[in-house]
Ligand binder design. Sequence first.
Ligand SMILES: O=C(CO)COP(=O)(O)O
Length: 149
Amino acid sequence: MNIALIAHDSKKSLMIDFATAYQNILKNHELYATGTTGLRIMENTQLSVHRYQSGPLGGDQQIGAAVSQNEMDLVIFLRDPLAAMPHEPDVNALIRLCDVYNVPLATNIGTAEVLVRGLDAGLMNWRPNYEQGNFNKDILNNLANGQVK
Ligand SMILES: O=C(CO)COP(=O)(O)O
């Protein structure tokens, strides 16, 4: 799976703690990140990360473009809800595109926990066969019954 890891400055140490704790899961996947987040993860773990531009310089938009191309399976975005960002429109656009394409998105560590462990448990095995935006009754029933669609 292709996984995007993004953290605003106040959440970067939490992202490193997360990446460190789940290194054994994350190392089995292709990791992508905005520039500084990716650098910090690589400096502090053994993980290899493809780095986009830094968030304020367009990295969120690059990840959004990957989402729109069905090239990102999971986005973990530890965003800071208490600080105003000069690139707030880019942040909102990325979140919006995840919703447009039904890409699993965590915007806080609680959800990130559930998603990364769900990933490891195979709960996202439907993603490679999934066409953008086409959840329907049959797919949902198959998933609910534990059948990968
Ligand atoms: O600002 C960000 C996401 O909006 C994160 O960018 P950096 O990882 O480059 O700090």
